[in-house]
Design a protein around this ligand. Structure first.
Ligand code: ADP
Ligand code: MG
Length: 309
């Protein structure tokens, strides 16, 4: 065990080949990224960056879904590359759970959503009886403001995007993880529900002691809920520190550009810089801190994505 870290990401790089058979080159989707999360104090840690900055690649390495080209990841002191046996991998998966961007893709449209929770309860908790599994599912749903009775026998399309993302979070909570890795978890969720979901992350941090890696291109929600942030550009971290101080006074020109611009989801769900936004400056110039919820919502309302939902 290394002293007191939940997660240590150390000089992490992921390279991919780019180009054809001839003149094949390699480029770094993630380059030399380091950060750590403390074990003793749960945090909401935001990874911010526009589309293509390497956020998902970083998340997939942390989730042990892809292997780094260089560098290391330690969870509670243990190297991820050393997780070889099935039982070690299962133990890791119990502790580190993913939440994906689009809940409608995360659930099979032909399967009832309660099944996912009951199966997780069986696989992760070894809950043998139906009653045990139902109790675990209901308990996890209660933590996200739902109940088993509400979603029983429902298909994904019978729930709203916000409800379904809550079910996905409940499913992730079944195994009582200590880290959630949420990759743009609210970019497909209706603006009016976004704050309630990101607020839920804070509640989970405070009530359950879960640390959360919150990946986003939405500065407003990151500002509002995160303890610390890193800002990524083209695979590299350009700035890091406490969320408020970094976003109040960004030092790197790219962070300043981000702050002055509106990073919003386009209809395909990718973060694109949509240019200078007077709304952002208005919010910043105004009274942030007094009404963060409304401010964040106002920012989000400018997203072109909202129009079609
Ligand atoms: P983000 O999540 O910030 O949008 P990604 O991590 O998805 O960024 O992608 C970062 C860069 O790496 C992009 O240029 C993307 O095209 C590239 N990339 C991601 N996955 C692969 C892959 N499996 N093979 C080749 N290139 C990839
Ligand atoms: Mg991504």
């Amino acid at each position: 065990m290394t002293g007191g870290s939940l997660l240590e990401v150390d000089h992490l790089t992921k390279s991919y080949a780019r180009g054809g058979v001839f003149g094949r080159q390699s480029f770094d989707a993630v380059r030399d990224v380091s950060f750590s999360l403390p074990a003793e104090r749960p945090e909401v840690f935001a990874i911010i960056g526009e589309s293509g900055s390497g956020k998902t690649t970083l998340a997939r390495m942390i989730l042990n879904m892809i292997t780094p080209t260089a560098g290391s990841i330690r969870f509670r002191g243990g190297e991820l590359t050393a997780l070889r046996s099935r039982s070690d991998r299962l133990a890791f998966m119990k502790q580190v759970q993913p939440i994906f961007q689009n809940p409608f893709e995360a659930f099979n449209p032909l399967k009832r959503v309660d099944r996912y929770l009951l199966i997780s309860a069986r696989n992760f908790l070894g809950a043998k009886s139906r009653t045990e599994r139902e109790r675990a599912a209901d308990g996890a749903l209660n933590k996200v403001g739902l109940s088993l009775a509400e979603i029983r026998r429902r298909f994904p399309h019978e729930l709203s995007g916000g409800q379904l993302q809550r079910v996905a979070i409940a499913r992730a909570l079944i195994s009582e993880p200590s880290l959630l890795v949420a990759d743009e978890p609210v970019s497909m969720v209706d603006a009016s529900l976004r704050m309630s979901i990101v607020n839920l992350f804070r509640t989970l941090r405070d009530d359950l002691g879960v640390s959360i890696i919150y990946i986003t291109h939405d500065l407003a929600t990151a500002y509002y809920i995160s303890d610390r942030i890193i800002i990524m550009r083209k695979g590299e971290v350009v700035e890091s520190g406490p969320a408020r101080s970094v976003l109040d006074k960004p030092k790197h020109p790219y962070s300043q550009l981000l702050k002055d611009s509106l990073l919003s989801p386009d209809p395909s769900g990718k973060g694109v810089l949509t240019g200078t936004s007077p709304a952002v400056r208005q919010v910043r110039a105004g009274t942030h801190g007094s009404e963060p919820e409304t401010q964040a919502l106002r920012l989000n309302e400018r997203s072109p994505h909202e129009a079609e939902r």
